[in-house]
Design a protein around this ligand. Structure first.
Ligand code: GYE
Length: 306
């Protein structure tokens, strides 16, 4: 009779539990908070963390995952920059018997056995919340409401899903018109640049929907430089809930923020321990999130960690 050794995966000597984490990059305030949460909670959990920053490039993430396989880490976790194109490397991990955990962003692989679980947010629901705020805010508006949209990284789960959730809600009223929609790559610099172009090409902009706070913050600079008042001349709704955006909301420059929680570290380390021990885990774990209007932002700011 053969004795099965639970969990599988290699050991890296000394019996330490080693986690290889392939991060997207450092594109936003959300991402910085997410990285800090992962690093701090790995330390607190006594997990040896190998960390890499892919600078928003899929090929860098694939290379990092391959190097973790080669180093025989016990568990691999990553936040896939885009949804498609992961099957080959995920199969390599599976063949090496190293369990994979998806955090924050999803993949579109048909074979769900290529990873153990997904930990993160419901991005469609976030987009819907932004759309519902808009539908309420402009409920009594007569005439067309012109919306510009700053999308996140092209092909990423949050960009795809936040676009969809929002579109689904505003489709119920034909007066809501998305007049321009382009990627701002989830960064302040690109958000500013694309908003400058929108302001030049669009004669009338009533609302900006930004898929994250950083792009909204960049866009605010462009709006002010164009002699307009953000939050008044152009209403703004964005997603994340980082300090700077809550401050802008408290100051009246942003009108509504949908929260997306980056503090996934503690839950991730729990999952790492469980999959390393060969325990069964739920296939999908979603974080609980709220929304902020101006009063809520003012109340949350003193305690906001990121
Ligand atoms: O909203 C954005 C970051 O994947 C949820 O990535 C995350 C997104 C977040 O760059 O700020």
């Amino acid at each position: 009779l053969l004795t099965a050794c639970g969990g599988g995966g290699g050991t890296s000597g000394g019996g330490a539990l080693t986690l290889g984490f392939a991060q997207v990059g450092a594109e936003s305030g959300w991402r910085t908070a997410n990285t800090k949460s992962i690093q701090e909670s790995a330390k607190a959990a006594g997990i040896e963390l190998k960390f890499s920053d892919a600078q928003q490039k899929q090929e860098n993430q694939i290379a990092a995952i391959r190097s973790y396989i080669q180093q025989k880490v016990k568990v691999i976790a990553f936040s896939p920059v885009v949804e498609s194109g992961w099957d080959t490397v995920l199969k390599e991990a599976k063949t090496a018997n190293i369990p994979v955990i998806l955090t924050d962003r999803a993949v579109d692989s048909a074979d769900k056995t290529l990873y153990k679980t997904f930990l993160g947010s419901d991005f469609v629901a976030e987009g819907k919340k932004a759309g519902e705020w808009l539908a309420k805010e402009f409920g009594s508006a007569t005439g067309d409401v012109s919306i510009v949209e700053l999308q996140g990284t092209t092909g990423s789960a949050p960009a795809n899903d936040r676009k969809k959730g929002f579109a689904d809600v505003i489709a119920s009223n034909p007066k809501f018109k998305v007049v321009a929609s382009q990627t701002g790559e989830f960064t302040r610099a690109k958000g500013k640049e694309v908003m400058e172009a929108f302001l030049k090409s669009q004669p009338k902009i009533d609302v900006l929907y930004a898929h994250n706070d950083d792009m909204a913050l960049g866009a605010i600079e462009a709006i002010e430089a164009a002699g307009k008042v953000p939050g008044k001349d152009i209403k703004i709704v964005s997603v994340d809930g980082v300090r700077d955006a809550l401050q802008a909301l408290a100051d009246g420059k942003i009108n509504h923020v949908v929260e997306c929680n980056p503090l996934l570290g503690p839950q991730l380390m729990d999952l790492v321990k469980k999959v390393a021990a060969g325990e069964q885990v739920p296939p999908r774990i979603e974080t609980t999130e709220t929304e902020f209007d101006q009063a809520a932002a003012k109340a949350a700011l003193p305690q906001r960690q990121y």
